[in-house]
Design a protein around this ligand. Sequence first.
Ligand code: PLP
Length: 441
Amino acid sequence: MPNKRSNADLLARSLAAVWHPCTQMKRHETLPLLPIARGSGVWLYDVEGKRYLDAVSSWWVNLFGHSNPRINAALVDQLGKLEHVMLAGFTHEPVVQLSERLAQLAPAGLGHCFYASDGASATEIALKMSAHYWRNNGQPQKTDFISLQNSYHGETLGALSVTDVALFKDAYGALIRHNATVPSPDWREAAPGESAAHVALRCIAQLEAHLQQHHQHLAAFIIEPLVQGAAGMAMYHPIYLSRARELCKHFNVHLIADEIAVGMGRTGTLFACEQANIAPDFLLLSKGITGGYLPLSVVLTQDHIYQAFYADEVARGFLHSHSYTGNPLACRAALATLDIFEADDVLQANRGRAAYFNRAATPLREHLKVKHFRNSGMIWAFEVESPHADFAQRCFSLALQHEILLRPMGNTVYFMPPYVISDAEIDLLLARTLSVIEQLI
Ligand SMILES: *Cc1c(COP(=O)(O)O)cnc(C)c1O
């Protein structure tokens, strides 16, 4: 590879050869594309040596910092043993260990792990598995799904059918099966004087009415527990989850918990479902599961799901595979990630970190142009009242000039930092964000 050490150079080559995700490429005629050369802890360094605090954990995947020595060591060890073997007809220590440990950590009964390589594939697997379960159980008409308004479960065609994003629906609607949505318990929708729990219960009544009417054709309800990430970090009361769990059981509809973003400690517990004390029929994990190192996703299922596929006929088995299913390197990164959770008592340490963050964020929370400041575990979000229609873009660019990587969604600014962020780095992040916002109001 040519060794050219300027940002502009790598930028031009990238624009010529790489089609970037979820990006109108033409915008990069004027907007910077950041050529990153290396990372360390919460920091990313560009080709010219400038640094940026990764306040969004590189699209919510990083947990313990970039280039973490412990995860690096596990991967180097695994590289010397086995980089990959197909998982049909073969097995290996990392995938077995990971499955055993996840089953032990997850809510009760989620004892069977099915692997894929990204979040959207985990959604596809759960939807297919749910409908196939009903087919195997003599109810082949149960093929519909419901999700929350403003839901996000990935961008492949099946996942888009349970994803409620207008931009996607407009562009790809003709390719997608129609599934209904039910109202989101997002507490920002509270009427004056209404509590988050009230909003949740109001939405539960609407869920119940929908289930009552449509349960005979419904396979599953898929939901992002506690925080709807792509909806703009919409947060809601856990009572919605516990009541939804009861209703789904009552109406014979599966509950799929998509913890791709919120799992692995993001909301303060290892899994968000724990805060509602529920066990879903399916639990989806990806993003943070490898500490942000390698693509891996897993669908954990209850034993009664697994048993419905266990038979002599091939067609009753679950028909799904990916080339890299259960990749040993990815599984080792995930095991190293779980080791860090244990060895450092990360959930406990994060409670202290979040408390510090919340104290330090007081000027931001109390700012006149900041609305709906909210926090769940290691996620913070708020809306900014700004006269700029292109607030998100301006905020992103200005923050970079202040050594901060923010990626606002509309007028929603959020922080989802790696769990290794120090008090000094929290102070720096909040002070710089405040000064960016001051320039945009
Ligand atoms: C990111 C995300 C997905 C999709 O995962 P990909 O790896 O990007 O396909 C699905 N659901 C939720 C809640 C997510 O945040």
